[in-house]
Design a protein around this ligand. Structure first.
Ligand code: AMP
Length: 420
């Protein structure tokens, strides 16, 4: 062991488990790639103000969880705690929204950082796959994103998740609701910090997980009963589109989420096998965000799905992904000349798209065969001096135990046939 350990709240992804992680990431992105979303990659850090303004000054993410720092050059930066603000910033900076093809549809995948209290499913470094559809107000776009996330989870074999859906209203109807809620909340028995939150962002109080707070919130006014006609019609259309596609959801009038920029459609994917960190993904519409960071009005909608928690959800359901073998053919050279020959054979197999590996380090046959076993390869290719004299290598099927001599110049052909 070295003197060092991974920082608190982080963990290393190592083989073989890392293969599942990669497959999950690919599966979450796959539906986006066939739905018109293009790949975007932004820096791991941004001007801290982007998040303060975008995510919201009063959110936990900004006030408590951001890794903010000053560079030697005096810039105030922060490691990105989420993806939406950065993607929108990049879109505006490159004027993608002016290319005349709205919505701009983008997907991303990467690392995010929040200084949270670590526990199972909650880390300080985690991974998300996200999607943003920028510059269109259309209930079908909201529904599209929810359908795509549903497809992504289902393609992995996940079944124990639920979709929670709500509307947060817009600048028409939310202010009146906000006031009604504040009036209600001010009458409750709450601690000072929560009282302050009532004044800055009362909707967030609804999201308080403490039982004594939740108990007091039972009679709180619900935004559902305050939506303006336009927001109600929009929400009903999103719900109807989802229902028509057979995507089941639950109306959750208390769902507010931890970021300030959401308007109208808001949703969360929760998994019941994960304990308290039950959200595997979430998102919603953020019609005001562009203006909040200095851009034009660009109604948009997006989501982010947590890769770490999706992996945990698969474990909780006992789902094992069918992954292609890391190595299909493992070559065991006995002697220097055999190493040259099999090194060439392995290179050629790889060129042909067949996953192949070689025993390195001059191991004897026993040790090399142990490596072959551990590699999980279906076939081994063994060659010693006598084989080379005969111009062959011994190809062994590790499942059936059958062995055949294959001419050295026919190795790729033979394996291609065998592996289909
Ligand atoms: P949020 O932006 O908080 O809605 O996060 C979107 C998704 O990212 C969540 O549903 C989680 O799956 C995942 N996520 C957020 N924060 C963490 C964290 N600290 N550790 C692991 N996953 C996280």
């Amino acid at each position: 062991m070295s003197t060092f350990q991974a920082p608190k709240g982080t963990y290393d992804l190592l083989p073989p488990a890392s293969a599942t992680y990669l497959a999950v990431r690919d599966a979450l992105a796959a539906p986006l790639k066939r739905s018109g979303y293009g790949y975007v990659e932004t820096p791991g850090f941004e001007n801290v103000e982007l998040f303060a303004r975008g995510v919201g000054e009063s959110t936990d993410i900004v006030t408590k969880e951001m890794y903010a720092f000053e560079t030697k050059g005096g810039d105030r930066l922060a490691l990105r705690p989420e993806g939406t603000a950065s993607v929108l910033r990049a879109t505006l900076e490159a004027n993608l929204h002016k290319a005349g093809n709205l919505p701009v549809k983008l997907w991303y995948s990467g690392s995010y950082y929040r200084y949270e209290r670590p526990q199972k499913g909650r880390y300080r470094h985690f991974s998300q796959v996200g999607a943003e559809a920028i510059g269109a107000e259309d209930p079908a776009l909201d529904a599209e994103l929810i359908v795509l996330a549903d497809q992504a989870y289902r393609s992995l074999g996940l079944r124990g998740f639920r979709i929670l859906l709500n509307s947060l209203g817009d600048r028409e109807c939310r202010p009146a609701y906000r006031e009604a809620l504040q009036g209600f909340l001010r009458g409750l028995d709450l601690d000072d910090e929560t009282r302050r939150r009532i004044e800055i962002n009362p909707l967030r109080v609804l999201d308080d997980k403490r039982r004594d707070v939740q108990r007091q919130l039972e009679g709180a006014p619900l935004l559902r009963d305050h939506l303006c006609d336009a927001c109600r019609a929009y929400h009903d259309e999103v719900r109807a589109l989802l229902t028509a596609q057979g995507v089941a959801f639950e109306d959750d009038p208390r769902l507010v989420r931890g970021l300030d920029y959401y308007t109208r459609t808001t949703f969360e994917f929760v998994h019941d096998g994960l304990g308290s960190q039950s959200a595997v993904g979430g998102g919603g519409r953020y019609d005001g965000l562009s203006e909040m960071i200095g851009g034009p009005a660009l109604p948009s909608v997006g989501w982010a799905l947590g890769v770490d928690r999706t992996v945990l959800a698969l474990q909780a359901e006992g789902v094992t992904l069918e992954l292609p073998p890391v190595t299909s053919v493992f070559a065991v050279p006995l002697g220097d000349e055999a190493r040259r020959v099999l090194f060439a054979a392995v290179t050629e197999l790889r060129r042909a798209g067949i996953a192949a590996d070689l025993s390195y380090g001059g191991k004897g046959i026993k040790g090399a065969m142990r490596s072959a076993d551990r590699s999980g390869a279906r076939y081994t290719l063994v060659a010693g001096e006598r084989d080379l004299e005969a111009g062959v290598a011994q190809l062994k099927d590790m499942e059936s135990g059958e062995q055949e001599a294959v001419a050295l110049d026919k190795i790729v052909d033979r394996l291609r046939t065998l592996l289909g």
